[in-house]
Write a protein that binds this ligand. Structure first.
Ligand SMILES: NC(=O)c1ccc[n+]([C@@H]2O[C@H](COP(=O)([O-])OP(=O)(O)OC[C@H]3O[C@@H](n4cnc5c(N)ncnc54)[C@H](OP(=O)(O)O)[C@@H]3O)[C@@H](O)[C@H]2O)c1
Length: 292
């Protein structure tokens, strides 16, 4: 497949990581443009053949495919401010927004797509390495662009997933798997402050457990990776957990009950919790939620 000339508008975390990774994979990254000249220059300096441009229009004119890697809320207005041509492609990297953010480019004849790395990036340098092994959710207005984006995902060491359903649903799944895990660990690590240790020490102690859980999920999948008191139908342990939470962290007790409720069908699917034990647990958790 021929490799399109690629440009980036928005040399932030994702734009920088993708530009470097695609260039390393042999794609001609021809132009970088953005808001702050220093970030544009810093990224262009890392990529042989890339020109640092002060006007995004120059990037659109120089490339076959333009990644608009600005924050989600700025994508529509940035794209509307540019002139697009038939045969070029405009692509954003948002996980939550659909390709309709690029309507202005489509109206002028460009193909439009989205290319979302299903990964969490705090800064560009580690992001370059994290792209490899990630899934990339792809939407495209036409099959040729879909094939191009699929090939790009493969070239940076990732794997493409073509989405057919709601992008909002897809992103909600990502938020639950990534951001909610952070929230959960915040709640779990905070409990260690009542155990004579700091929250940071609690987090450090919990991380090997998290890694073990992820490794079980990788090895056996759902529902088999589930362990713990709900999987065993151990009502006594759940009672002990709940009374300790009520005493030391009442704000976390309701979260525990809700998660335990959601765990029951997983345990049933695993086959480790009988329907009778599940009924006892449901009743106990219902009482606990009424007790507050
Ligand atoms: N970070 C993640 O974990 C992650 C993961 C997957 C997908 N994404 C998606 O990737 C895209 C970029 O996110 P990011 O995390 O890379 O953001 P970011 O690090 O904040 O970078 C955004 C870039 O866009 C530029 N910019 C901001 N507003 C602009 C405007 N109005 N006009 C022109 N340029 C503008 C910024 O310039 P300045 O430097 O001058 O501010 C910066 O270069 C988003 O669609 C996001 O949803 C992010």
């Amino acid at each position: 497949m021929d490799r399109p000339r690629v440009a980036f508008v928005g040399p932030g975390t994702v734009g920088s990581a993708l530009a470097v990774a695609l260039s390393r994979a042999g794609y001609p990254v021809v132009a970088i443009a953005g808001r702050s000249p220093a970030s544009v220059r810093a990224l262009a300096d890392r990529i042989a053949g890339a020109e640092a441009l002060d006007r995004p229009q120059g990037a659109v004119d120089a490339a076959d495919l333009v990644f608009v890697t600005v924050p989600d809320d700025a994508i529509r207005s940035v794209v509307e401010g540019l002139t697009w041509r038939t045969g070029s492609s405009a692509v954003h990297c948002s996980g939550a927004a659909s390709i309709d953010l690029l309507d202005a480019a489509a109206a002028q004849g460009a193909d439009v797509g989205s290319f979302h790395p299903l990964q969490t990036f705090a800064s560009a340098e580690p992001a370059i390495e994290k792209l490899a092994g990630s899934r990339f959710a792809i939407e495209a207005s036409d099959v040729a662009l879909e094939a191009r984006l699929t090939e790009m995902a493969r070239a940076v060491g990732g794997r493409a997933i073509t989405l057919r359903g709601s992008k909002g649903l897809y992103h909600a799944s990502a938020v639950l798997a990534s951001n909610a895990l952070v929230t959960l660990l915040d709640a779990a690590a905070s409990l260690w402050e009542d155990l004579g240790l700091t929250k940071a020490e609690g987090l450090n102690a919990l991380l090997p457990l998290v890694r073990g859980t992820v490794s079980n999920l990788e090895a056996t999948g759902l529902p088999r990776a589930l362990t713990g008191p709900v999987a065993r139908g151990d009502v006594g342990t759940i009672d002990r957990n709940l009374s300790a939470l009520r005493e030391h962290a009442p704000e976390t007790a309701a979260l525990y009950v809700e998660l335990a409720r959601r765990t029951i069908p997983i345990a049933e699917a695993k086959g480790s919790l009988s329907p009778e034990a599940a009924a006892v647990l449901r009743k106990r958790l219902e009482e606990a939620s009424q007790d507050g």
